[in-house]
Design a protein around this ligand. Structure first.
Ligand SMILES: [Cu+2]
Length: 475
């Protein structure tokens, strides 16, 4: 299927109805390169970018595409996180924003730079210099090194499927480490307003580049071909602003390319140095009398327990009456949770927002998840490990027990589309759990949350989860 011609994109953008924002871009000229930051900042467009960002930030009318807020609000209202078209939607989003930058910068050569954190995990110095008043690229952040967020699984030989319908697919794998880059930088980057931080655009240009690299890497890796229904329909950015999905099939269709299309080298994993050892927490049953003041625990075999409850760090001493079920509070320490396996054969009815098309696999469901004020600022995330009551609580679990990660960005995304201010997050666990837990008593299943911190990670309680459960069948 032939995609739209460039001309037609122009027509589409120009056809935005009265009452909508005035957007009329022209996409002309040769296919141009998006540069890595180190190269970009030496180019003539660097000063133009800084100046354009300053100009757009000075425009305080969120209804105007000339304002910085207009673009962040698009993300807040329309971004598809944890579901299909995560990559395609952001490709179109970057394209539209880039056109806007070129217009404000009055440049026909300006392209978004990308931040290759696999090559250098530190936020570029130009984005950290000065302060909010002096440097339009400055933001208040919680960390400036994302090496602890990076994993190479997405680029492994075994990840050959792109679409989310498969339990182990490229789009899901990429989104996971992408989330944790958001989480460790923190500040606005941990929220749905993350595009207010320029690093968002550079982060997503890199994600976009890695997608293009994966597509070309061969060895069985397969994108839906251009004639597939996958590319039908459109991606929405505002009521009057959309891009045809077919246009996001490749960077070249949108007028840009990347010179470096190498995937990050696997086999060079970043060492993970955890901030806190796994702390074994005594169990507490819902409705049971509160535990006495904590005493140093030896490492006993924990009794089966559905959930634990813990008041926030700042709460008053535990009352004498039985405490109501309040789920799990996650703070700075790593924690272990035993939980029941729901044995339903049929998938639970659930909102489709975060479902991601997983309907036959085993998954961990985090229910009614909320962030505290402290948690909203990011600067941390948690790795979830499968715990079969056999982990040594003084050491970090082995990587082959890793189920997934959860952090403020993911929760904020789910909350933006969730109900009652509570998010539901489902992490597919599939084959790993089946392999490791085969033949085990389902009551032995549990999850250990290991906290990963940025430089200025918050203390105290950051996340509350009302219920944690496995969904699906073990075998
Ligand atoms: Cu993002």
């Amino acid at each position: 299927m032939a995609g739209m011609k460039r001309r037609e994109i122009i027509a589409m953008l120009a056809a935005i109805g009265a009452g909508g924002p005035a957007l009329a871009w022209s996409v002309t000229g040769p296919v141009q390169e998006r540069l890595p930051w180190a190269k970009f900042r030496m180019s003539g467009d660097y000063a133009k970018l800084v100046s354009a960002v300053r100009t757009m930030k000075a425009n305080l009318d969120p209804a105007s595409p000339d304002s910085w807020l207009f673009w962040a609000n698009i993300h807040q209202n329309h971004c598809p996180h944890g579901k299909d078209y995560f990559l395609a939607w952001h490709r179109g989003y970057l394209f539209l924003f880039e056109q806007q930058l070129r217009k404000v910068a009055k440049s026909t050569t300006l392209r978004l730079p990308y931040w290759d954190y696999f090559a250098d995990a530190k936020v570029p110095a130009e984005l950290m210099a000065g302060n909010l008043a002096t440097n339009p690229l400055f933001e208040t952040r919680k960390g400036e090194d994302v090496s602890k967020a990076l994993v190479y699984g997405a680029f492994g030989d075994d990840v050959t499927i792109f679409e989310r319908s498969s339990k182990d697919c490229f789009e899901t794998r990429v989104e996971q480490f992408h989330n944790n880059v958001h989480n460790l930088i923190g500040g606005r980057m941990a929220t749905m307003q993350s595009p207010q931080d320029l690093i968002f655009w550079m982060h997503h240009a890199n994600i976009d580049r890695l997608w293009a690299a994966w597509t070309l890497a061969g060895q069985g890796r397969q994108m839906p071909t251009a004639d597939k229904p996958y590319w039908g329909g459109q991606l929405d950015y505002a009521s009057t602003l959309s891009v045809q999905r077919a246009e996001t099939f490749s960077p070249e269709k949108l007028g840009y390319r990347y010179a470096n299309l190498k995937m990050p080298a696997a086999g060079a994993p970043v060492p993970i140095v955890e901030s806190a050892p796994v702390k074994h927490q005594p169990p507490r049953m819902a409705g049971a009398a509160p535990a006495p003041a904590p005493v140093p625990m030896p490492v006993p075999a924990p009794a089966p327990r559905p959930v634990m409850a813990e008041p926030p760090a700042a709460a008053a001493p535990a009352p004498a009456a039985p405490i109501p079920f309040r789920g799990i509070w996650l703070g700075r320490e790593s924690r272990s949770v035993r939980m029941p396996l729901r044995r339903e054969e049929a998938p639970l009815a659930m909102a489709d927002h975060h479902h991601g098309g997983i309907d036959d696999g085993l998954s961990v469901v985090l229910d009614a998840v909320t962030l505290t004020k402290m948690g909203e600022g990011g600067g941390f995330f948690y790795k979830l490990y499968l715990d079969l009551d056999d982990l040594d609580y003084d050491v970090i679990p082995p990587e082959d027990r890793l189920i997934g990660t959860v952090g403020p960005f993911q929760i904020a995304a789910a909350l933006a589309h969730g109900e009652n201010g509570k998010a539901r997050i489902e992490l597919p666990v599939g084959d790993m759990v089946r392999r490791v837990a085969e033949g085990r008593d389902p009551d032995d299943l549990g999850v250990t949350f290991v906290r990963i911190d940025a430089a200025r990670a918050p203390g105290g309680s950051v996340i509350n989860i009302e219920n944690v459960a496995f969904r699906g069948r073990l075998g």
